[in-house]
Design a protein around this ligand. Sequence first.
Ligand SMILES: Nc1nc2c(c(=O)[nH]1)N[C@H]1C(S)=C(S)[C@@H](COP(=O)(O)OP(=O)(O)OC[C@H]3O[C@@H](n4cnc5c(=O)[nH]c(N)nc54)[C@H](O)[C@@H]3O)O[C@H]1N2
Ligand SMILES: Nc1nc2c(c(=O)[nH]1)N[C@H]1C(S)=C(S)[C@@H](COP(=O)(O)OP(=O)(O)OC[C@H]3O[C@@H](n4cnc5c(=O)[nH]c(N)nc54)[C@H](O)[C@@H]3O)O[C@H]1N2
Ligand code: SF4
Ligand SMILES: [Mo]
Length: 720
Amino acid sequence: MTQSDRIVSTTCPFCGVGCNLELHIKEDFIYRVTSPFDGVVNQGNLCIKGRFGYDFVYNKRRITTPMIRKTRQQPGERTQAFDLSEWQPVSWEEAMEYTVDRLVEIYQRDGSHAMAVYCCAKATNEDNYLLQKLFRSEFRSNNIDHCARLCHAASVVALQMAIGSSAMSNTASEVVDSDVFIVTGSNTTESHPIISLQMKAAIKKHGAKLIVIDPRRIEMVDYAALWLPEKPGTDVVVYSAMAHVILKEKLYNQKFIDERTENFEEFAKSMEKFTPEYAESISGVDRNLIVQAARMYATAKTAAIYWALGVSEHINGTANALSLINLTLLTGHIGRRGTGLNPLRGQNNVQGASDCGAMPWHYPGYMSVADEENAQKWEQAWNIEPGGLSRQLGLSTTEILGAVGPGGVRALYIMGENPMMSEPNLNHARQKMEQLEFIAAQDLFINESTSFADVFLPATSWAEKEGTFTNTDRRVQRVRQAIPPVGQARADWQIICDLAKRIEKRLGRPNSAFWDYKHPSEILEEMGSVVKDYAGVKYNRIEEVGLQTPVWDDQHPGTPFLFSESFPHGLGKFHPLTYHLSAEMPDAEYPLILTTGRVLEHWHGGTLTRNSWMDDLYPEALMEINPVDAASLGLNDRDPARVSSRRGTIVLRVHVTPKVNPGVVFIPFFYGPAAANLLTNDALDPQAKIPEYKVSAVRVTPARYEELPQPEVAQRRGRY
Ligand SMILES: Nc1nc2c(c(=O)[nH]1)N[C@H]1C(S)=C(S)[C@@H](COP(=O)(O)OP(=O)(O)OC[C@H]3O[C@@H](n4cnc5c(=O)[nH]c(N)nc54)[C@H](O)[C@@H]3O)O[C@H]1N2
Ligand SMILES: Nc1nc2c(c(=O)[nH]1)N[C@H]1C(S)=C(S)[C@@H](COP(=O)(O)OP(=O)(O)OC[C@H]3O[C@@H](n4cnc5c(=O)[nH]c(N)nc54)[C@H](O)[C@@H]3O)O[C@H]1N2
Ligand code: SF4
Ligand SMILES: [Mo]
């Protein structure tokens, strides 16, 4: 049955800002996207992806039929199948039974540690809650993770260590109440465009002062009072030097330090060596700029810090984030409107997937898996025999691939992640993928990763299902079904429930966990019965406007900003810090620092945006290089260049621009034919296990035009 001219309210599927969308539908076709003028998150504004990037839903290349690989893949000899002729379309029944056969066979032979799953920060809270429940309750494995590990893991670990909570402390739009705010390691205009609008308004309309700390001259620098252009990987030094100045000039908040923090003395002692002179020698930032930034931040009435991956994606990521937290504890700029510690979360539902337990060390609600009481609570909730759930910390995203091999991980279930574009050191990741005994992929497209799978389970997009996303400022918002599933695609939560029931039957688990839900609202309520922060989040309360967690009960109004009275840990803990070099520094052989990241038009590995109109706007990746470096290499704008690191080589065109300093090059990682992650280093931060995507050493040489990857544009035209 078709209806015409409907408008369905939902939430943007791209970034963590979580903009409110209206999908305009005619005959079950989305023909336009707008946003309500009074939308609480974005007040009618949308960026180009939210407004125009949705047509991947109808792309001809989307897979909407379950499929099994025609030839059985053997560990060590596994190949990629991009060509549909290598796949056999099958019924859902056949695809499910095959998946269950293979998973159960491996589990019964090798046990829990052989099983692993990547959850999906693009899917809903309900989808992620169920997938981690499946792996914990049926396969008794905590090898569960998702892209948060590759993203803000260091911020999460640091915030947990210092204050006991890892979300953004304030609402993004509160920036208009800040007198001063720091933006560091966040290319806000391209990665969180609507938040950047709010920041610009804070500056232009309310006179707020902005301090940007970033090695690139990103657009926000145009609005900044101060820009500190540091060398990549030197954040600890810059922020600690700011703390040094604040201590020396006694600009700290003694009352806040006395009443709400601990470990001040030890921390203050460790800051002595971070003089502005020392910081300048390491980071390249003028010492006077550091002094000015410290004074501006410390003496403001209200000041906030916004940060993203330039801070966290380092082997020093945890220390970097701790050095920011130290600044906040020192000045007491937290717990009031317009202040706070704000890691801008990336994926539309990365906050939610983390809240819902898509993580190796925590059940939903950040309840440690190693804690006996927590395990018992979930055993009760899921009707599992006492002692049934594993108390062992699971493996993280990168560790899962690292553990692939005989005696290690044998089966990988991937719901909506693309590790063969998003993991560092892809040549190494490829070897690991090849050695898996079984891979199940639940996605919308055959991409660099799903092409490795044995079975493809076609999931619906966000426009074809019900559920919730939790955005970067902890707002749980509705996702609504606007059109019927395309082809035979099924909603992720429905695929998982079907699979779980079959696995349970096969394993003969006597006290089965519950897998019969009529609607995703029942799934969220099940989680809220144990996770206190979600206890009051009910669908009937978020029909119009989302609720910001924590929401303690059905009457609780939600929490726009956190920590007005105390921290979850009670006192906020200062951490003494030391500086360590990045894992790989430039040398004679590889003289340039490569940093990687995003552009406005594309999404990560490009699976969604390279299959949408966005690709016409931005068809290939370009490497940013400073005019000085370009001249010394004999490269002009748009010339092809070969970029090599110790791990791989790619060829792409250069964009000659002063946006990057001499000695640094930048490559976005959306473009499969010249994948930036063939070059990146897989060294990990020891605490957070996050890879160092933001610093590796490379060599650049001119290349010939014939060496550029051939454009696949023709193949992608005429999409539906
Ligand atoms: N258009 C678009 N938007 C997105 C995404 C996308 O793929 N495309 N992805 C989303 C996701 S999952 C995330 S996590 C966010 C990420 O959002 P961002 O972190 O803003 O994205 P990146 O492009 O990785 O930018 C990192 C910034 O850090 C700077 N930087 C590099 N090295 C250093 C350093 O050593 N120190 C400091 N202080 N800064 C450094 C870079 O110059 C850049 O400005 O974006 C989200 N939004
Ligand atoms: N070099 C470098 N590498 C990086 C980073 C960097 O800055 N530099 N950043 C890292 C960061 S922060 C992140 S978050 C990761 C992102 O890494 P990934 O999460 O691996 O990247 P995506 O491209 O977002 O993959 C999403 C997949 O989900 C599918 N999908 C979309 N919606 C749904 C759905 O509703 N259901 C299902 N089942 N599937 C769906 C898409 O088709 C796509 O295949 O990349 C990391 N890698
Ligand atoms: S800012 Fe983020 S949530 Fe808003 S429209 Fe753009 S991609 Fe979507
Ligand atoms: Mo991310």
